[in-house]
Design a binder for this molecule. Structure first.
Ligand SMILES: [Zn+2]
Length: 70
């Protein structure tokens, strides 16, 4: 009679190690952020990462001040 409902187990919330866990550094405040969460700004040849728009704006206002470690 009652056919048991088969539970499909989609691996939707399997933590994927393929997702980038790389940490990048915000040159403005020095904070480390996961690359996937950071705001990326292309500065010259190098991408620069920020924790927030605020830091990005600071950097864009004075890029030379923060681009010291080339
Ligand atoms: Zn920041």
């Amino acid at each position: 009679m009652g056919a048991a409902a088969t539970h499909r187990s989609d691996p939707l919330d399997v933590p994927s190690d393929a997702v980038s866990r790389k940490l990048v550094r915000d040159p403005v405040c020095g904070m480390h952020i996961a690359e996937g969460l950071a705001i990326v700004e292309q500065s010259g040849r190098e991408p620069v990462y920020f924790c927030s728009e605020e830091c990005r704006n600071k950097f864009l206002g004075e890029p030379k001040k923060y681009a010291a470690n080339a």
